[in-house]
Design a protein around this ligand. Structure first.
Ligand code: 0O2
Length: 214
């Protein structure tokens, strides 16, 4: 029979995956509501698309190793903030802040940490707004705050990030370093495009227009 410590670890893992799933679903439902109400009241699609995932065990182990952390459950809970992750894609730059502000008004979730890679892009050019949200999950033992990472970015930023991610994970790409440098330069074009598209949007939709009354 399996040693009791192992059985306990398996039970703990199951309970925690359930908590991450429930917390992620709660945030997804809120985003869905925000998106639908915004469209009804402003006649404007705030959210283009969203993806979500619970980090796979392989990816968790990979990240713990990269960060030189012990391969323990405790290290996961205390050091990895993106076990539950949502990526929200908006069309326009100013929509990133609109979503952030709408989320900040929700009393039951807390923004625990903000990493603003839009105002402060990473050296490789990566842009995105990362929020670590603390979401209450009411377990049999009482309330527990579970972290969910929310990445908010524009379609253009996502286009850049998805190619950059592919480049990093692909093996045997000739001139990988040169392609990386080229992508870093292209990030500037993404910033310019996002700003110019936002200018057009501001002229199409008056940013101070009142919402439709309910
Ligand atoms: P995957 O495969 O997408 O899940 P921290 O402990 O806060 O210092 P962490 O968790 O690395 O470190 O935080 P950060 O910077 O917020 O990055 C978390 C996630 O953002 C990454 O998860 C990526 O999804 C994305 N990301 C961050 N930097 C880059 C980048 O330079 N390029 C791209 N394409 N994505 C990036 P994972 O676990 O690394 O990967």
């Amino acid at each position: 029979p399996a040693p009791p410590e192992l059985l306990q670890a398996v039970d703990q893992l199951k309970a925690y995956s359930l908590r991450y799933e429930v917390a992620m679903k709660l945030v997804l439902d809120k985003l869905d509501y925000i998106s639908r109400e915004y469209e009804l009241r402003y006649g404007y699609a705030l959210i283009d698309s969203k993806q979500s995932r619970i980090k796979s065990p392989e990816s968790i182990v990979g990240k713990l190793k990269r960060k030189h952390l012990p391969l323990t459950l405790n290290a996961v809970f205390t050091n990895l903030h993106d076990v539950a992750g949502i990526r929200l894609i908006v069309r326009f730059l100013s929509d990133v802040k609109t979503v952030e502000d709408l989320l900040a008004t929700q009393a039951d979730i807390k923004v625990l940490k903000v990493k603003d890679y839009i105002h402060h892009p990473k050296p490789n050019g990566y842009q995105s707004l990362h929020l670590i949200l603390g979401v209450p999950v009411y377990t049999v033992d009482g309330p527990n705050i579970i972290e969910v990472e929310l990445q908010i970015r524009t379609i253009a930023m996502n286009f850049w990030a998805s190619l950059e991610h592919e480049l990093n994970y692909k093996k045997n790409v000739p001139d990988q370093a040169a392609l990386q440098r080229s992508l870093t330069k292209k990030a500037q074009l993404i910033t310019e495009l996002d700003q110019e598209m936002d200018d057009i949007k501001q002229r199409m939709y008056d940013p101070n227009r009142p919402p439709k009354k309910l």
